[in-house]
Ligand binder design. Structure first.
Ligand code: KG4
Ligand code: ZN
Length: 353
């Protein structure tokens, strides 16, 4: 079975082809980041319009580069939420139309399920069950993945997502949007001992997060130091203190979650998972717990069509089908999803198991 995956939940247009038993055939992503940069964040209406412009030509190119026609597709998977409604509608409409015209099944995929299952696209894939840390611009979640389709949220942010905190801090420090990668670069030359920011909510039990105070801490430190002059070194030192606090908080909560669940495997997904210092710290922490960490490659950490095609292939082979009506959802809990009844061996290439 060959499934086309379509991702348009936010500011990336992603398309991919996944073939059961073979893996990802082609995967293409177009990022709108330059379009939104001048506004300092994603403008929903501009995002939708750009998906309209890009999606059909990208699908055409996808099939061309795979060397197949529309007749060579057996199913279509599209992100149906959570995300920006207008943006989601573009992918859903195109996906459902393609499936209807071809008389093949279509399947609505939960964006975060895509992220949670993305590590299975790698040769070194985790066995089930595992704990997932999902860290992106919109989400900060700790999720138990018992098996495909069975997810339980055991921790989440009460305010800003960690990616959002990176972006807001970067903006306070005069870096561009999105700020995560720029902040990581700046933090490299920062002095780790100059400032120490608190690790929010680590002093009380539980697995929830809060990142808005950290951003306020950055703003306060900047204000207090303004009198003495804000130079490049000071900005780097603040970036370093912020990044250290955010990473240490994530690592502490992950360790607590591993201990509470008695799981030994941790997967990290979402854009912030690209942060090298976070990866290093989590590896060190999980090794100390006698466990293992798994990351999808960077291109599968951020939004992409491959993870949607893969999740769709699992669900379609599991026999799931949709009626004629379709919908998208800005909000959609992972815990509402149905377990996927499929033999993974039939979908994942042998070398990846
Ligand atoms: O998963 P993603 O591509 O998009 C969604 O939000 O769904 O994540 C984007 C977020 C942004 O907030 C960006 O600043 C952050 O991931 N990010 C990083 C890094 N690369 C991307 N944060 C910290 N360090 C990075 N290297
Ligand atoms: Zn995402």
């Amino acid at each position: 079975m060959r499934v086309v995956g379509i991702e348009t939940s936010c500011d990336e247009t992603g398309v991919a082809l996944y073939e059961a038993g073979t893996g990802v055939l082609v995967d293409q992503v177009y990022s709108q980041v330059r379009l939104h940069a001048e506004y300092g964040g994603v403008v929903p209406e501009l995002a939708s319009r750009d998906h309209v412009r890009k999606l059909l030509p990208m699908l055409r190119r996808l099939l061309e580069s795979a060397g197949i026609s529309k007749m060579g597709i057996d199913g279509v998977a599209y992100t149906a939420g959570p995300g920006l409604v207008g943006a989601l509608l573009v992918g859903a409409t195109v996906g459902r139309t393609l499936a209807w015209a071809r008389g093949i099944p279509a399947i609505a995929i939960h964006h975060l399920e895509g992220h949670l299952l993305a590590p299975l696209l790698e040769e070194r894939a985790p066995a089930f069950p595992f704990l997932a840390l999902l860290v992106s611009g919109g989400h900060t979640l700790l999720v138990t993945v018992e098996r495909p389709g069975v997810y339980r949220i055991i921790g989440e942010t009460l305010d800003d997502a960690v990616g959002e905190a990176f972006d807001k801090t970067a903006s306070l420090l005069g870096l561009g949007y999105p700020g995560g990668p720029a902040l990581e670069r700046l933090a490299k030359s920062g002095d780790p001992d100059r400032f120490h920011f608190p690790r929010p909510m680590t002093d009380r039990p539980g697995l929830d997060f809060s990142f808005s105070g950290l951003k306020t801490q950055v703003a306060t430190t900047l204000r207090e130091t303004e009198r003495t002059g804000v130079d490049a070194q000071l900005r780097a030192d603040i970036a370093r203190a912020f990044q250290d606090a955010a990473i240490e908080t994530l690592a502490l909560k992950c360790r607590r979650a591993l201990r509470e669940t008695c799981y030994s495997r941790l997967i990290v997904a979402g854009g912030v998972g690209a942060n090298r210092s976070l990866r290093r710290r989590l590896e060190e922490m999980v090794a100390g717990e006698g466990g293992e960490v798994f990351y999808p490659r960077i291109q599968y950490c951020t939004d992409n069509g491959a993870m949607i095609a893969f999740a769709g292939c699992l669900r379609l082979l599991g026999g799931e089908r949709e009626g004629d009506a379709f919908n998208v959802r800005a909000r959609w809990s992972l815990e509402e999803l149905k377990p996927i009844e499929v033999d993974l061996d039939a979908v994942i290439p042998a070398r990846k198991r």
